[in-house]
Write a protein that binds this ligand. Structure first.
Ligand SMILES: C[S@@+](CC[C@H](N)C(=O)[O-])C[C@H]1O[C@@H](n2cnc3c(N)ncnc32)[C@H](O)[C@@H]1O
Ligand code: SF4
Length: 396
């Protein structure tokens, strides 16, 4: 299985300038593993390499495994109320000006980013300032906005597709597959018209027990759509024991109640045949679909069963996220963990980001994480960011 670092040559070959920016961000994140993990009294802000923007928590879909709107999603009962709290464009612009000095890569997600009313001016502002902006979307509104996406030079669009038509639509909603394909076609038409390679098109597939046997069909279909890369996200899962341990830990150390982790206690990992799943992914990687395919995390094939069936066994540890990344929520709250925004280190409406990132709450989190077993909390066991950037445990 190939890792995210294997994409660097592709990115450099598409455009040297943009490729270098991503390579530099990835290398800075990689370096964070090798420099001492300090906490209090240090300027951490100078190592900021990747910033997640979540401009909206609203979404037009209800995907079954989603931590926000799935069966146990945290947004299910409060989306309308929470949507009133979105930040005005001006606040995002001030924030962008504050992080500019570090030249971090920007990853926009949500909710569904196209539902943020000023998504285009927001991305354009960052791009015009020289930042690389990628957007993760469900792709259902991409066709409508194709001309603008291409003319504004978004760097990469990560589009979620979980299987070929029928299975995808069972998970993500009726008609979603065809809307995404119409979006790909519109973007490709615009790229040709506007004579550009950007944005790169990436499919992101979340592997669950509902779709893992159908992945090759999706790859076969994707050959027609000029896809630049395909990422298989092996999925964020947890169980009762892990949730209990995390709640206890976070209450004791930070006096914080944990609501978000439970949303990933979905059971969509259960019953996955590790050997079969590995074989499917292996066959996909052996075949030439015309674009690179990676998995997150990359895994020793023998451990695929462990990943899905033994959630309490770590496969990555020593998370580096608080030393090089941050996430800004739709209401301005800043936190390190994208999927688990329970521990807030500040809010960009009140405080400059450098002050927040080097502040007391951020350092308290760093110190606690550094001192925890394996450099991670109990709830970090299958966290997507840890899977992407955590330290590979020997044998996995
Ligand atoms: C929460 S969505 C937000 C962006 C956009 N709405 C979308 O669907 O792409 C971000 C990514 O998380 C993935 N995702 C949803 N539920 C997940 C889970 N339980 N484990 C891992 N990834 C998940 C989605 O498939 C998507 O690629
Ligand atoms: S489109 Fe994205 S945010 Fe919306 S429900 Fe699906 S995975 Fe969740």
């Amino acid at each position: 299985m190939k890792s995210n670092y294997s994409l660097i040559p592709l990115l450099l070959s598409k455009n040297l300038g943009s490729g270098k920016k991503i390579a530099s961000s990835l290398l800075r994140i990689g370096k964070a593993h090798y420099i001492p993990k300090r906490d209090y009294g240090y300027n951490h802000f100078k190592n900021l390499s990747l910033v997640y923007f979540k401009p909206t928590g609203a979404c037009n879909l209800r995907c079954k495994m989603c931590g926000q709107y799935g069966e146990k999603g945290v947004m299910n009962d409060c989306a309308a109320e929470e949507n009133k709290k979105i930040l005005p464009l001006e606040t995002w612009k001030i924030f962008i000006d504050q992080i500019l000095v570090q030249k971090p890569v920007i990853y926009v997600w949500g909710g569904e980013p196209f539902l943020y009313p000023d998504i285009f001016p927001l991305c354009k502002y960052a791009i015009d300032k020289g930042l690389l902006v990628s957007v993760n979307t469900n792709g259902t509104l991409m066709e409508k906005h194709a001309e603008r996406i291409v003319s504004d030079r978004w760097s990469t669009i990560f589009v979620s597709l979980d299987a070929f038509r029928e299975t995808n639509d069972e998970l993500r909603g009726k008609g979603t597959y065809d809307k995404v394909i119409a979006g790909f076609n519109a973007i490709n038409r615009e790229k040709e018209k506007q004579k550009t390679k950007y944005p790169l098109l990436s499919i992101v597939t979340c592997v669950t027990n509902k779709n893992y046997t159908d992945l090759a069909n999706l790859c076969e279909a994707s050959k027609e759509h000029k896809i630049d890369m395909h990422i298989f996200n092996l999925g964020t899962y947890t169980n009762d024991n892990i949730v209990r341990a995390q709640k206890k830990y976070m209450k004791e150390i930070f006096d914080t109640d944990i609501d978000c982790l439970d949303a990933y206690n979905t059971g969509y990992n259960l019953g996955i045949d590790g050997q079969k799943c590995y074989q499917i992914l292996h066959n996909i990687q052996e075949k030439n679909y015309g674009h690179p395919i990676i998995t997150v995390p990359t895994l020793n094939p023998q451990k695929t069963h462990t990943y899905y069936a033994e959630l309490e066994t770590p496969v990555r540890n020593h998370c580096v996220v608080p030393w090089c990344q941050l996430n800004v929520n739709y209401n301005g709250d800043v936190h390190f963990c994208a999927d688990y925004p329970d521990f807030i280190i500040g809010n960009i409406k009140d405080t400059p980001i450098k002050e927040i990132y080097n502040g007391d709450r951020a350092d308290k989190f760093r110190k606690a994480l550094r001192e925890s077993k394996g450099g991670m909390f109990p709830g970090c066991l299958r966290c997507y960011q840890n899977m992407l950037f955590g330290k590979k445990i020997k044998g996995f």
